[in-house]
Design a protein around this ligand. Structure first.
Ligand code: HEM
Length: 317
């Protein structure tokens, strides 16, 4: 064991044991490390064991960390654009949004978000936002916040989190707001996932000028391989606390595609178009993101099949 490079996984560590979905471990055990971008030292067991036997082994591996408070990674679903994720992530995300306005004042927003897990159920996040309006660019906003997993139930495939973000505008005036949110995730059979979030934006100057934002997304997961294309459909509603002369509820729909880029699926991209269903203050919005889940390895790892070599050879190299 000591001579293996990389070392086989330590299944008694509750963070490691809980983080990866059983389905991903099934794929690693059945097909070996190499096709999923892990080490070829992890052999494929598809000729030695049936799918049921592999499933039983994985179920056993999942018990090796004993009793713990870490939520199961099986409830970590794909990131959407407007729906807040319930799962606590270790991720760096670059986000881009282009808004086409009827008056020609198109806007481009670029943001960088850093998310980090703490303890069993916490996550903090930090976001820096830059905006181009017409030809003028400026730093728009910084956001910092925390999220906590309130409830998880693997047999019912349900996860619920709550948290708060604080956003400070970097434009003149330095306005600030608090964003309180609840986020839930629910599996819908083997091939679909549902995520919903409810956020309330509360400006410090006058919370009454804020709003409530509901967003939900369904993703279709057509393949168990992490590298692939995963379609999603998101629906959002914004409910201002003080509706003006416009409709009380503003609806949008956002079809999107999520791409697992690396073999491990730890580097992903997504693109989608948001279309207002009423109150067309903009014609459409193009959303895109690019993310690296750094808990699953360095950015450059896990892209290619690794070369098979006899286990333990590193000590002779
Ligand atoms: C039926 C027995 C086995 C099962 C169920 C099993 C399962 C797994 C799983 C689930 C992982 C985790 C991958 C991850 O998410 O990080 C893993 C990693 C690994 N396993 Fe196994 N394994 C078995 C036998 C072996 C054997 C016999 C070896 C070596 C001779 C081995 C070497 C490795 C190595 C080196 C890794 C780390 C891969 C990496 O991080 O790149 N495994 N194994």
């Amino acid at each position: 064991m000591q001579s293996l490079d990389p070392k086989p996984a330590d299944f008694s560590d509750p963070l490691f044991n809980s983080r990866e979905p059983a389905g991903d471990w099934f794929m690693v055990t059945k097909h070996g490390g190499s096709p999923i971008g892990f080490s070829a030292a992890m052999p494929a067991f598809k000729d030695a064991f049936s799918d049921e036997e592999i499933q039983e082994m994985i179920a056993h591996l999942k018990t090796l960390a004993g009793d713990h408070n870490y939520p199961p990674g099986d409830l970590n679903y794909l990131r959407a654009f407007r729906t807040k994720k319930a799962w606590p992530e270790d991720e760096v995300v670059y986000l881009n949004r282009f808004t086409r306005r009827p008056d020609g004042e198109d806007a481009v927003v670029n943001a960088l978000e850093f998310e980090r897990r703490w303890f069993a159920r916490w996550q903090t996040e930090f976001k820096l936002v830059h905006e181009f309006e017409g030809s003028q660019g400026r730093w728009d906003e910084v956001e910092a916040g925390a999220k906590y997993v309130l409830y998880d139930h693997l047999p019912r495939t349900f996860l619920l989190s709550g948290g708060a973000d604080f956003a400070v505008s970097l434009r003149s005036g330095n306005e600030a707001e608090a964003i309180l949110f609840l986020a839930a995730a629910k599996g819908l059979g083997d091939a679909f996932t549902l995520q919903t979030s409810l956020k309330s934006h509360l400006p410090f100057r006058d919370a009454g000028e804020g709003d409530l934002e509901w967003a939900s997304v369904v993703h279709w997961i057509p393949t168990p391989w992490p590298r692939g294309v995963f379609p999603g459909l998101e629906l959002t509603a914004r409910i201002p606390f003080q509706p003006g002369d416009q409709d009380a509820v503003q609806w949008t729909i956002l079809p999107q595609l999520n791409f697992g880029l690396s073999r491990r699926g730890h580097v992903r991209a997504a693109a989608g178009v948001e279309i207002p269903l009423n109150q067309r203050s903009y014609d459409f919005r193009f959303h895109a993101y690019f993310l690296w889940d750094y808990a699953d390895g360095m950015f450059w790892e896990g892209w290619r099949k690794s070369r098979a070599r006899p286990a333990g050879i590193s000590e002779y190299e």
